[in-house]
Structure formats: C-alpha cells, structure tokens
Design a protein around this ligand. Sequence first.
Ligand code: PHB
Length: 359
Amino acid sequence: MANDLFSPVTLGAIHLKNRMVMAPLTRNRSGEHGVPQAINVTYYEQRASAGLIITEATPISLMAHGYPALPGIYTDAQIAGWKKITDAVHAKGGKIVIQLWHVGRISHPSLLPNGALPVAPSAIKPAGQAFTYQGLQDYVAPRALEASELPAIVADYAHATKAALAAGFDGVEVHAANGYLLDQFLRDGSNQRIDNYGGSFENRSRLLLEVTKAVIAVAGADKVGVRLSPVNPFNDMKDSNPQALFNYVAKALRPLDLAYLHVVEGGIHGGGEADPFDFVTLRKLYQGAYIANLSYDKARGNAAIASGHADAIAYGVPFIANPDLVARFKADAPLNVPDVTSFYGGSEKGYTDYPFLTA
Ligand code: PHB
C-alpha cells in the first residue's frame, strides 16, 4: 500500500507512528519564570496521538523572549516542568521535540532583562506592535548585534539543547522561520550587515549554520530539525530573492544529515501568496526528510506524501481544536471549530477543553 498520513515513518532517530505532526503553536499559558505547569501537561498529553509533537516556540535565554507567558528551556525549574510533559506524552506512546526560539527584534524592552533593547542583525524597526504585559506597544528599533556577541547566542542554543535532552525530549527543532532572530539574519529586509553575517547568501546563512552545528554537536544530527518559512511576510519580513536564498539554505543544510527540514509553505497569518515560490524544487534540492506545513487538510496531506513531496505533514490550528485529530482524520469525522479568541493566553478555555470524539 502506498504511504499515507497514517503510515509510520522514521525521521533521523525519531520514529513516528503516523505522519501527522502537531505544528509548533504559541499559546502563552506557561507558569511563572517560564516553567511549564499542569495545564500544559494536560494539553500536550491530550495530543499524544500525533506522530510527533513539536512544542510551542520556546525561548533559549532571557534575551530570547518576546511575548508574555512563554515557557523557557534554560533553567533547572523549566527542565523539571518540561519533564512532566515529555513523560506524559511518552506514556501515551507519543514523540515530542522542542522548538528552540530566539525572537530577535520581535520583542520589547518591557519583556527583556533590565529593560534591554531587543537585538537583531541590523537596527531596523519592524512595523507593528509587540504583545506585552501592558498591552500592545509599538516595536522599537532593535540594537544591531556585534559579531563578537554571536558566539554567546550560539552557546545559548547549545545550552538549551542540553536542557532539552535533560527534560526528556526526543529531539529539538531550530526555529529559523517566521521573522524571528535566525530568519532576520537570513532575509535581506532585516539584515543589512556589511560583515561576515550580511550580504551574500553564505553570509546571511552563517548564523543559522553555526547554531545548527552547535545544536548537532550536543544532540546528534538525527535528533535535530530546522524550520524555515521562505515567503512568510509575518513580522514585517521580506527578501529580494527568496527562491535563490532558500534554495541555497536547503543545499547548505543537506550535508548536515538532519532528522528533518520543516517548511512553512506560505504566510502563517495570511500573505505570502504574493511571492511565487517553488517548494517542490526546494524539497528536491534538500533531498532529506521533509515536513510540509500550512493549510493542509487530509486530502492534500495524503497527496503530498503519495507524491513524495513530503514525508510528514504538520497541522497547526486543526490540532488546537482537535486533540484527537488523527482519529478524526481516520474516521473522516467532523472537526471542532477553533476559537480564535483563546489562541493566545488564558487558561483551560480553548486550550484543554476541546471535546474528543465519542465512540
Ligand atoms: C505568534 O505568536 O503568532 C507566533 C509565534 C511564533 C511563530 C509564529 C507565530 O513562529
């Protein structure tokens, strides 16, 4: 039988019982000091029938934060909190990797230690407003990082990877998508540097490759994924030649033998269609295991797997509203309707109270 969403697959060292991946989803419901709490355990445990859960984007350091109530993966208390989640998911036969995050310029001094300015490749203020504990506030012009500061950020990714392994994760995903720090280095709308980290594709990819290699040195390549979003305009992102840039990035990542490459094939909060982009070519250039994401349903997911375009499909919003999405797809059962107003922040409502199918 041809492979479909319900067939198993092995991505690097990670064996998935099916090819339905829960996409990373920011939910802003962590406890104090970025420590995951009981409702977070329930939420992930409810979704353990996914072939793989990719956690919400998780800051690797205090300077990596950019929204309220995010979990972290850099303190012992955070490790202990996450361990309860990985244990619960594993007890249900699931797999879970953590997405490692540095937001770069998509932050605000009120969210950073001692009111620090957000950091970025270049001092270019993004259009838009930050979500802060005091409500929406205009983004500020970030401080351009000195090249001499980058090794410490690379070290923070390695430290977070050690913490993730201690917390029992099956692997880590390097978040290089959606307009956050590593993506800010990749795309020239946010990177105007004139040193070794700006200009050419090679230079703009340098930090991503340094980070990915540092994470691999800790976890092993077969437990590391990377997420890219070549045309996502979210967070005021643009690039003058996304196809050439991301073809280059895919080819540069190929020899690293990652567990997978995870690609957002459009704009997460809309947009992105304006930029024609050939994801089939990107995937062919990359050659390794590929997780496709964005607006897939069951039919398109199965078609992408059957054609060889993708090895697995990541579903975001459908997993928010349907903890048992795999069972619903199998049964062609109707899906719960997502409540957009409870996506970001709050408590159980819209988080752990979506109903399961009843027999
Ligand atoms: C969001 O909060 O909307 C968000 C966070 C992380 C992402 C994408 C979107 O990678």
